[in-house]
Unconditional design. Structure first.
Length: 67
């Protein structure tokens, strides 16, 4: 059994070696990005509020122009 690189001997038994799966890497990256977004949430909310106010001003000007 020495020729099998995915098996490791443990006493009288063999165990299959564990490897990090691509799904684990993607999941960890997803969590890190989520934490980063949550941390920057205040700035994001402020920017979205500014954009919403600007859109409201433009919509008001358009409505007054159309009327």
């Amino acid at each position: 059994m020495e020729g099998f690189k995915h098996l490791k001997k443990k006493d009288t038994e063999y165990e299959v070696k564990q490897y990090i799966a691509l799904q684990h890497i993607i999941g960890i990256a997803w969590v890190c990005i989520s934490i980063l977004l949550i941390e920057n949430n205040q700035k994001l909310n402020r920017d979205l509020d500014d954009l919403e106010r600007e859109a409201g001003c433009i919509l008001d000007r358009y409505n007054s122009f159309v009327d």
